[in-house]
Design a protein around this ligand. Structure first.
Ligand SMILES: [Zn+2]
Ligand SMILES: [Zn+2]
Length: 361
């Protein structure tokens, strides 16, 4: 099959031929139909996060089941599915206590004594997040997919696979935004816009969208923001405090920077919670004021993949979309093809797209 492969940091990804193994007993082979180009992939291209190379990146995808292992009964060939990087084993403590997104994932990988899922002339090829969706096929554990109805286009389904679930889940699952509360979202790309609409779905009264790009702020208003702040115009924290009379109940960082993470903490009112969604480079230290942390009960927390339970969350998001209460169409800025990944990354860095989606048909 064809895949666009990461060979070295900051080197353009080329389309190459890759061999994909047959499904193991609990694996499924998925024909990729659509894959969103997510900002997380760029971190691996640029080396701020590491992955063994060569690697097939891509983790925001939807497709159809092509073949299943002999112990798989959940799906069958032809079923449309959304992939999720929160592959769950269903056996570990995190899975059993209701946090499958924190699964230790030891039981869902191939062992060292088994052949790799992907290879090229006998050399193992890494699948990002055990998915690797910048490829015509994805060989994954059955617990990496959720079966969905066939009435929603694949590009929309793909976005649910990461960006929508990450942003919506941060508001609904991780922060549990309360009706009537105030919210600020810093960074209004694909994930941030979904944090905005997650806060709107939760009934937040005030939703302040913050970005430096005017088109993103305009989109944020369509997604439910009640106020916008152009961050290029000076002190964001002070503006949030002015707008809300002292700070917000919930803030969300959806860029992945130390500076904006600290701002998210500083813009909280007493008792408020900052939720960090953006992939801040590994080993970065975030500094917060101990006084307000202790005496005023301000909190800061991470949100991984929207604290999802994706087999229940994603079908609900699809239903919200069907009812017109969740926007996905507006997030698809352009369709591209396998082979155009480098250009899609360039568009993302330039900030002129919400999402590029690779279509495989
Ligand atoms: Zn992603
Ligand atoms: Zn588990």
């Amino acid at each position: 099959m064809k895949a666009q492969v990461l060979r070295e940091i900051n080197v353009p990804l080329e389309v190459e031929d890759i061999e994909v193994d047959n499904p193991g007993p609990r694996e499924v082979l998925v024909r990729t139909r659509a894959s969103g180009v997510c900002h997380s992939d760029l971190h691996y291209v640029e080396g701020s996060y590491n992955i063994p190379k060569p690697a097939v990146l891509g983790h925001e995808a939807a497709g159809t089941i092509e073949a299943v292992g002999d112990q798989v009964s959940y799906v069958q060939p032809g079923d449309p599915v959304i992939m999720c990087l929160s592959v769950f084993c269903g056996l570990c403590e995190f899975c059993l206590r209701g946090d499958p997104h924190l699964c230790t994932r030891t039981a869902v990988m191939r062992g060292r004594d088994e052949p790799p899922r992907l290879s090229q002339k006998g050399v193992a090829v890494t699948q990002m997040a055990q998915l690797g969706s910048y490829a015509e096929m994805m060989l994954v554990h059955e617990n990496a997919v959720v079966k969905v109805a066939d009435d929603v286009p694949f590009d929309r389904l793909a976005l649910i696979g990461c960006g929508a679930t990450t942003g919506l889940g941060a508001a609904l699952n991780t922060a549990k935004v309360q009706p009537g509360s105030s919210v600020a979202v810093v960074g209004c790309g694909g994930v941030g816009l979904n944090a905005v609409q997650g806060a709107a779905l939760a009934g937040a009264l005030r939703i302040i969208a913050i970005d430096t790009v005017e088109t993103k702020l305009t989109m944020a208003t369509q997604f439910g923001a009640t106020d916008v702040i152009d961050a290029s115009g000076g002190d964001v924290v002070e503006k949030v405090r002015d707008l809300t009379g002292g700070g917000v109940d919930y803030s969300f960082e959806a860029i992945g920077l130390k500076q904006t993470a600290e701002q998210c903490y500083e813009m909280l009112r007493d008792g408020g919670t900052a939720t960090i969604i953006g992939m801040i480079p590994e080993r970065t230290k975030i500094e917060i004021d101990a006084g307000s942390f202790l005496r005023r009960e301000r909190k800061i927390q991470g949100s991984s993949m929207g604290s999802n339970r994706f087999r229940t969350d994603m079908p609900r998001y699809i239903e919200f979309y069907r009812q017109g209460r969740l926007k996905l169409d507006e997030l698809v800025s352009q369709h591209v093809k396998l082979g155009q990944l480098n250009e899609a990354f360039a568009d993302m860095k330039a900030g002129n797209v919400a999402r590029s989606v690779i279509m495989f048909d």
